[in-house]
Design a protein around this ligand. Structure first.
Ligand SMILES: Cc1cc2nc3c(=O)[nH]c(=O)nc-3n(C[C@H](O)[C@H](O)[C@H](O)COP(=O)(O)OP(=O)(O)OC[C@H]3O[C@@H](n4cnc5c(N)ncnc54)[C@H](O)[C@@H]3O)c2cc1C
Length: 747
């Protein structure tokens, strides 16, 4: 094991370390013994010696052996193996010792730790959920501790205690054999059991208080729980593939698929937030505590749900202690409630949001940051009111101003090749653009869909003549396409569509009807999916045509949608199109449709910025109001909701950003894009509901109504949110994709 602690270790090194750790733990801490051994001092002791020989206990002391990345990886592996060795504690002690050259006691313990001769338990006294009361008495240069600390872990191995008094900002080292120190077991959910420490004038060596101990301990809890949650989840997925009931693997049942799809999403988002928190601690960021709180506030409930859902998938077999599932369930629940748990984390986040100015930007690249600033500056000048529905034609002036601004700046076709009139901007820049316009409520209706869905599809699949004709017009907002996919009998099952195109002369005749074609009444063209080969079942006989909307035989019946815009029933009655209206290959339409949908789904992730905008408005409204004679911002229930929402928004952002990063690496996110789409859409529903819970009827009043909260923003947002859940492939369909494509469950 060799690495430098300050650089980011290469992936190969981490992979090799993970493999080695997993091999060692499988051998030294076999799953069938893990629970019994966790309660056996001698087994814990020999495992401690074993990991000392591997150099794990010198991490934090010897830079050659690695730093925080290596430590966190090992902790995750310990969580996975249900092996409760106090590794964060040893790292923490080394870190303190490094800063304190003249404390001989610290250095004695640190060097004994490295060889496995010592083990440290960290006893944290904090008013955040920890039952503790400590008094510090110093006389003639000697300090004695009296009082009690509850819920202390790792007492079986401990030769020394690092006592941290978070409220008093004091710390000390106490020998486990010190006079006056006693302990009592407090059995409960956690394995091994926790203990209550009693101090009766116990001699203590005062060491400098370091607030990073609390950060590291909380990070360690998160990582260990993540290891446990991921292990039980992986076992549940395997079980779903092999356990047969009613003549088929249970993983084919959609109830099981959707549970596991949700668990996969929760776990991935938790992992992204925890990794971000580790990176912040490593860099020593000012907001590292907030990043940890964010990970706790999201991953706590998320990982608990994952372990419970895994149990539901295992059913009977998982309910017995000989199975691995119960130990992971216990681990996750115990770790996620420790040291203040969810309540403390939400409160810290609420404080950051309400008192320190909201959620920070996510930095994707320096170019993306610069571009974001440019777009933001322009967006602010427009002063759009999202509740006005301008994108659907209700506010023509705003739409024209936006369109003009974009054309002048060349901000159409951002990612297209320069030879096609685009700007060849990176995916990250396209994403921040999408985020900024979503945040500022800028919507261009069909013009934006034409640019982001039809433009890329034309550039990829269109004939040279189609590209030459349409691309310059799209860049000038002179054409607008609506999407003619869904039919009365074909929604989610799009491949069953029946609208027919029959060859006639050198063209085609189209007959049939489409449903829910957004703003068809305003479009100049229809991007139409039709069946060209009725003999071919499903997706194989489908083609895509560009149909001018004013073609004879087309009739449009607009239907007013909940968000205020329209979607239409469109009827095709012997509509003629020329042969050159075909896009791509004959019968090759499915590839075009799915590629466009995947692209749409990735950009839909940027819609989380509109949730962020609502969140910011929610904060404004909370800060302006009182409840039962108190400022609403001080209400603990309100703070809990705000903290929890902040964490969920951050999780949705991280999932969306992951897609951007994958695309930037030349990969095609499929299950990952589905995860982001599900989380964002459902979060949109949730944030508007939160406004209603907090503000009551005022949040349900529309723009312009006296007494409306957020001037109708939340009321409109709730109407709009459903479209994000249903559109672009419903969230159930996304869960099917996550389960089958992402997890490999049987179709
Ligand atoms: C505002 C709005 C605008 C739209 N704009 C357009 C547009 O411009 N162009 C266009 O072509 N379409 C558009 N649509 C249609 C949209 O794509 C469809 O509504 C969507 O694909 C779902 O189809 P459906 O409504 O027929 O629902 P159905 O497919 O009938 O689904 C009903 C329910 O069954 C579930 N379900 C169906 N199949 C499965 C399955 N295999 N597994 C699990 N659950 C399943 C669904 O998730 C849903 O909960 C729009 C819809 C809305 C609401």
């Amino acid at each position: 094991m060799s690495a430098s602690p300050n650089s980011t270790p290469c992936q190969e090194h981490l992979d090799a370390l993970r493999d080695a750790a997993r091999r060692l733990l499988t051998q030294e801490w076999p799953p069938e013994q893990a629970v019994a051994w966790a309660q056996t001092d001698s087994k814990l002791g020999s495992a401690w010696q074993q990991v000392a020989r591997q150099g794990w206990l010198a991490i934090g002391d010897d830079a050659e052996l690695g730093g925080l990345d290596e430590l966190m990886l090992l902790i995750e592996e310990l969580g996975r193996a249900a092996c409760p060795l106090p590794l964060v504690e040893s790292y923490t002690l080394h870190k303190i010792a490094k800063k304190q050259h003249d404390c001989t006691e610290l250095h004695r313990v640190a060097s004994a730790l490295t060889t496995g001769q010592a083990a440290v338990a960290v006893a944290i006294a904090t008013s955040d959920g920890q039952n503790a009361a400590l008094t510090w008495q110093t006389e003639l240069g000697k300090t004695h501790l009296s009082g009690q600390i509850d819920f202390v872990e790792g007492i079986q191995l401990a030769t020394d205690f690092l006592v941290i008094d978070e409220d008093a900002a004091r710390a000390a080292l106490v020998s486990a054999t010190a006079a006056g120190l006693t302990h009592v077991a407090t059995p409960g959910y956690a394995v091994p059991v926790l203990h209550r420490l009693h101090f009766e004038s116990v001699p203590a060596t005062v060491v400098p208080y370091d607030s990073s101990v609390g950060l590291l301990m909380r990070l360690g809890l998160l990582m260990r729980a993540l290891g446990a949650a991921r292990r039980t989840f992986e076992l549940a997925v395997e079980w779903a593939k092999t356990r047969v009931q009613f003549g088929q693997p249970i993983g084919r049942f959609q109830a099981i698929q959707h549970k596991l799809a949700d668990a996969a999403t929760l776990l991935d988002a938790s992992t992204l937030l925890i990794e971000r928190a580790v990176a912040a601690v490593k860099r020593g960021d000012m907001d590292a505590e907030i990043q940890i709180a964010c990970a706790q506030a999201y991953a706590g409930p998320a990982m608990r749900r994952v372990t419970l859902e895994a149990h539901h998938v295992f059913a009977g077999v998982g309910y017995f202690e000989e199975h691995e599932a119960p130990r992971h369930l216990r681990r996750v629940h115990a770790d996620m409630v420790a040291l203040g748990g969810l309540d403390r984390a939400c409160n810290l986040l609420a404080e950051a949001a309400l008192e320190r100015g909201g959620l920070p930007d996510i930095h994707l690249s320096p170019e993306a940051d610069t571009f974001r600033a440019e777009v933001r500056a322009w967006a602010r000048t427009l002063n759009i009111q999202p509740q006005l529905n301008h994108g659907s034609g209700a506010d023509q002036l705003a739409t024209q101003a936006i369109s003009k601004g974009l054309i002048e700046r060349g901000w159409i076709g951002l990612g297209w090749p320069k030879t096609s009139g685009g700007q060849e901007r990176s995916v990250a820049e396209q994403f921040v653009f999408a985020e900024e316009i979503a945040y500022h409520g800028i919507s261009l209706g069909l013009l934006r869909a034409t640019e982001t869905i039809i433009g890329p599809a034309l550039l990829k699949f269109g004939t040279p003549a189609q590209v030459q004709h349409f691309i310059p017009r799209i860049l000038k907002h002179e054409v607008s396409f609506c999407l003619g996919y869904s039919e009365p009998e074909s929604g989610s099952d799009l491949a069953s569509l029946r609208t027919r195109a029959i060859p006639e002369g050198d063209g085609w005749i189209i007959n049939g009807s489409k449903l829910f074609t957004t703003m068809a009444e305003d479009a100049s063209h229809i991007w139409l999916a039709v069946r060209t080969d009725p003999e071919q079942p499903g997706h194989r006989g489908i083609s895509v045509f560009i149909v001018p909307k004013d073609s004879p035989g087309i009739s449009v019946r607009p239907m007013r949608a909940m968000h205020g815009g329209t979607a239409c029933a469109v009827f095709y009655d012997d509509v003629h199109v020329d042969a050159d209206a075909l896009v791509g290959k004959l019968h090759g339409g499915w590839q075009i449709i799915t590629a466009a949908l995947a692209h749409e789904r990735i950009l839909m992730g940027a819609a989380v910025a509109s949730v962020q905008a609502q969140f910011d408005q929610l904060l404004v409204a909370i800060k302006a109001r009182q409840r039962r004679g108190q400022p609403m911002a001080e209400d603990s229930l309100v703070r809990h909701r705000i903290g929890s929402l902040a964490a969920q928004i951050e999780a949705a952002r991280m999932l969306a950003v992951r897609n951007v990063q994958l695309v930037s690496l030349g990969k095609v996110p499929i299950a990952e894009a589905s995860m982001s789409k599900c989380v964002t859409g459902e979060l949109m529903e949730r944030i508007a509901e939160c406004a209603m819970d907090l503000f009551g009827t005022g949040a349900l009043l529309s723009h312009g109504s006296p007494g409306s909260i957020g001037d109708g923003l939340f009321e409109r947002a709730l109407r709009l949110a459903i479209m994000y859940v249903v559109g672009g492939g419903t969230n159930e369909i996304q869960r099917n994709i996550i389960a089958t494509v992402g997890l490999g469950l049987p179709r």
